[in-house]
Design a binder for this molecule. Sequence first.
Ligand SMILES: [Zn+2]
Length: 287
Amino acid sequence: MKKYLYIIVLVLAACQPKQKDARELVTVSILPQKYFVDQIAGDLLQVNVLVPPGSSPHNYSILPSQMKDMAKSKVWLQIGLLTFEDAIGDKLSDINKDLTIINCSEEIDPIAGSECEEEGHDHAHHEAYDPHIWLAPAESKIIAQNTLKALKAGFPQHATIFDTNYERLISKIDSISALIDQKLASLTNRNILIFHPALGYYARQFALTQTALELDGKEPSPKHMKSIVDLAREQNIRVIFIQKEFDAENAQQLARELDGEVVIIDPLDYDWEKQLLDITDKIAAQK
Ligand SMILES: [Zn+2]
């Protein structure tokens, strides 16, 4: 009997029509932006993320299959400072004339991109401004504001819900900001060493100084490594932060020279809140 019941259940399950997601589609460039959309829209919208986990948003090329999702999207929330976003813009006008493109960095005071110190570099992939705006609460509030504006324009039928959720998100960002202030208050050494300079806006908000190992988006040269070693000794830095996507070899070599350690962070994680607090705790733990 039990066996028959099992078979019946199986047959019924197989006969269920495949549930299609009927929700309208919003595209975002990177995963942390999905967090902001989800906070404001709840489960009212479907979110398409362009840069998949493990890929770099700095040199990403969109796949042909992703253009299909772009064609179905009503709104694309760009970071606005990533070069790959410019590259798609032109192709898009052919496939989706009604797509609303929103620049989430609008009204943010951008930090200039890293200066190129060495000669003979290829400037083609160099970003004019630091795109890591989502890693500081101050800029994240502006991202949230731009996201709200875009969602209300694209999906006015949900405006009231968006407004309520937005208010809650802003209070959450404010309390995280206050918590970070508190966690970093007693930090005496406010210098941080990082492989890829993702914490520029975070450093600006919380009065830290960020030094990057990477130079102009490239692996450090021996000359640059030497100057970093000198600087780190002078500033008594023993921790080198690195994003999980990067090859840790240079960072480990540096850590050995400084008798320090490599600490992994994940700025492209979906869970913005968890990530910001994790980065903060790791900075606060620096001696
Ligand atoms: Zn980056």
